[in-house]
Design a binder for this molecule. Structure first.
Ligand code: HEC
Ligand code: HEC
Length: 303
């Protein structure tokens, strides 16, 4: 708690430089083209119904807007709400509890999650990829062979292209004073002055640290315990990766359990749980306007 109060204090002092615009990430186009096919391919799941894109829709800011997504055999993907794949390349670790160190390591997990894509072994996945003549050619040309590492490499390469540039707020940071409304400007000030920026900061406005949910008041849903499940350190109970706020207006519902349907409620709860504050409705509206200015553009370059 002391550490957090110090963090909030320092952040308010240096708040002006703590959020920065994003730019494109270098990637290999051939690999990304192959990765895009794999990302969208439902034949790579157990019953042929689910791809990465089922839950992380690239036509919908990398999410499906459901409390819980649906995986193979119509199963509900509990207990986690699906985070976006957009801009996830900028996160310091992947998953709500940070258990994958990067996109490549992450991509392996859903294929073998019994609820998500339901495959039972590496060889089953390789067999499915091998069943498609176009893949055999592509892998031969780009990597030499089809193996798990190369499959994940291609998918991760595609995910590097899922960045959303040109949000009004990034344009504002880059000097266009009229890119965001007065209301959003007030919201940015409130976001800094109330200490939100202590945790949601950096180029992804989140995604660069772990923090506890429920600092001043216990979070009511203790079904999953966050980092604690990895480290078994009692201090890590209810500690999660701080999520990015880019495109947040498009990725409802909110929190790791998808329990909050609107941004308005989400901001009010954040102030209450994380900062021990009650914000008046005008301040909440201003912050929501600021959050809405974080919606960027996705231009699919992999065609
Ligand atoms: C049935 C729905 C579903 C499918 C299919 C699925 N995911 Fe996910 N994805 C999720 C959920 C739920 C989480 C959060 C799980 C957690 O944190 O433990 C997640 C987390 C992620 C993350 C981490 C994002 C972050 O900010 O931490 C990435 C990246 C990702 N998925 C990419 C993929 C890729 C690539 C595929 C295909 C190989 C895929 N997903 C298939 C539901 C799905
Ligand atoms: C002490 C660190 C901390 C502070 C301060 C903080 N947050 Fe958060 N925020 C988090 C964490 C951790 C989560 C993820 C919680 C979860 O999913 O259970 C989160 C989640 C969110 C979400 C939902 C993201 C999603 O994808 O579901 C929004 C929106 C948000 N915060 C906005 C704010 C605003 C606005 C403020 C200031 C009023 C704020 N936060 C203050 C740590 C913080």
């Amino acid at each position: 708690m002391k550490k957090l109060i110090f963090l909030i204090f320092i952040s308010i002092l240096y708040a002006d430089d703590m959020i920065t615009p994003i730019s494109e990430v270098p990637y290999n186009k051939e690999k990304a083209i192959l990765g895009k096919k794999l990302y969208n391919d439902t034949s790579l799941s157990k019953d042929g119904t689910v791809s990465c894109n089922t839950c992380h829709r690239t036509d919908n800011f990398g999410v499906d807007n459901k409390e819980f997504s649906t995986g193979v055999k119509g199963q509900l993907d509990k207990p986690f709400n699906t985070p976006t794949t957009f801009n996830s390349v900028f996160n310091f670790v992947q998953f709500w509890n940070g258990r994958a160190k990067d996109l490549k390591e992450q991509a392996k997990v859903p294929f073998f999650n019994p609820i998500e894509m339901g495959l039972e072994s590496d060889s089953e996945l390789i067999q499915k990829v091998n069943a498609n003549a176009a893949y055999i050619n592509d892998f031969k040309k780009i990597y030499g062979e089809i193996n798990i590492d190369n499959i994940m490499d291609a998918i991760a390469e595609f995910e590097k292209t899922l960045v959303t540039l040109n949000s009004p707020f990034d344009r504002y940071l880059q000097g266009d004073a009229t890119a965001i409304s007065q209301k959003a400007k007030r919201g940015y000030e409130a976001f800094k002055n109330n200490g939100c920026i202590a945790c949601h900061q950096g180029k992804n406005i989140g995604g660069n640290m772990y923090q506890k949910i429920g600092v001043f008041e216990d979070y009511p849903n203790q079904e999953v315990l966050g980092r604690y499940e990895i480290t078994k350190n009692p201090e890590d109970k209810m500690v999660f990766k701080v999520p990015s706020l880019r495109n947040i207006a498009k990725t409802a519902p909110y929190y790791h359990d998808g329990s909050i349907p609107t941004l308005d409620a989400c901001v009010q709860f954040m102030a209450y749980y994380q900062l021990g504050k009650f914000l008046d409705q005008k301040t909440v509206d201003d912050i929501v306007a600021f959050l809405e200015s974080l919606t960027g553009e996705y231009n699919d370059q992999i065609k």
